[in-house]
Design a protein around this ligand. Structure first.
Ligand code: EPU
Length: 341
């Protein structure tokens, strides 16, 4: 029998530590429990809400009239093992970084640059998590989902997931329709590539490492993230608060010509990605205190809840930052974490 709790504090399930209550809450350990949850939700005239690690989400302070399901489906099953690659099917509730660590010690490459990212395996495809040149979409073969509308289980191929920069079907038409059950990855048995990132390259030079192993790459990423990103268990945050905006290449070129410290990332001839962290810092906001929230002093892309911030505070500070950056650069930032209100 599924154990359903009532009026559960949202704060405890969101790394920004803000939120009201979930009307109903239950933990899901297998597919069968999803059927039970659907019945309970129907009986109580409420909707299901899937919860991962809560590390990329901002909640309202109100009572959310939902049955929140904390995904705890586990599993790490090798489906295929060849000389070149391994196909592995992983339960959506597995901790992401534990999975990454397991791939690294097994000498399998493909997700090592995504070390130290908080959250669950099943949450990573939703926003197509990416860092240091890797995105989860690059290793995902397929995703097993439960279709709430049609009451069946199906497999979505990588293409069907419609992955893009910080985006997928699960943020759009698949939202509130699919529950991610397992994710199948293809990992390679080959010498890993060193991420083409200045911070990573610097780390290897400083540590006298010429041809890093997978474990050395993982350790480098853990170190670099540790410096730039606050541990959400200690400092309440949800990682990058803004997406890196994609702007007209002519505007990016103008900015770059006036600022030698700016690195931009061309997407195609007309579009260029500009780091939001740089824009916020240059707008004078790095470390700035907005009362209940601050811009993190080591990385302007991160908003920190100083302790008692409310949902309204987050929205107000977000809008102030967007306005200041827009006034200075003519670029409109877009928030990165999902908002549930
Ligand atoms: N920068 C500044 N000031 C800052 C922060 C950054 O000038 O306060 C500059 C850096 O000097 C660098 C550029 O901005 O030239 C880019 O910074 P960085 O390489 O640290 O990465 P990012 O663009 O800030 C993105 C992801 C991160 C991911 C890193 C590493 C987004 C929105 N964020 O950040 O993802 O870890 O790249 O690849 O794409 C997350 O999504 O929560 C997240 C942390």
């Amino acid at each position: 029998m599924l154990q359903v709790q009532e009026n559960v504090d949202i704060k405890d399930y969101c790394t920004l530590h803000i939120g009201g209550k979930f009307r109903y809450f239950a933990t899901i350990k297998n597919k069968e429990e999803i059927n039970e949850a659907i019945e309970i939700a129907q009986k109580n005239n409420t909707k299901l809400f899937m919860l991962g690690g809560g590390s990329n989400i901002v909640f309202t302070d109100k009572v959310l009239d939902v049955l929140a399901l904390k995904m705890e489906i586990s599993g790490f099953d090798i489906i295929e093992n060849t000389d070149e690659y391994v196909i592995v099917k992983v339960g959506a509730g597995e901790n992401w970084d534990t999975f990454v660590s397991r791939t690294v010690v097994s000498n399998l490459s493909g997700v090592e640059a995504l070390s130290s990212i908080p959250g669950t395996v099943g949450a990573t495809p939703v926003q197509n998590v990416g860092a240091y040149g890797q995105e989860v979409k690059d290793t995902i073969v397929s995703i097993e989902v439960f279709d709430i509308e049609n009451n069946n289980t199906l497999n979505l191929t990588n293409l069907e997931c419609k992955f893009a920069y910080r985006d997928s079907i699960f943020k759009n038409e698949g939202k509130n329709k699919y529950i991610i059950l397992t994710v199948t990855f293809k990992l390679l048995k080959k010498i890993p590539e060193i991420p083409h990132y200045i911070d990573v390259k610097k780390y290897f030079i400083q540590n006298n490492i010429n041809t890093p192993s997978l474990l050395e790459i993982r350790n480098a990423i853990i170190h670099i993230r540790g410096v730039k990103l606050p541990d959400p268990k200690v400092i309440f945050n949800v990682g990058s608060f803004f997406k890196n905006p994609i702007v007209d290449s002519s505007l990016a070129k103008k900015l770059k010509n006036n600022n030698t410290d700016l690195t931009v990332y061309p997407i195609d001839e007309e579009h260029t990605k500009v780091p939001a962290g740089w824009l916020i810092e240059k707008a004078g906001l790095k470390g700035k205190n907005f009362g209940p929230l601050s811009v993190y002093n080591k990385n302007a892309l991160v908003l920190v809840n100083n302790g008692n911030a409310t949902y309204e505070d987050v929205i107000s500070v977000r809008d102030q930052i967007i306005k200041i950056v827009k006034d200075k650069f003519g670029i409109t930032l877009e928030q990165e974490p999902e908002i549930i209100k």
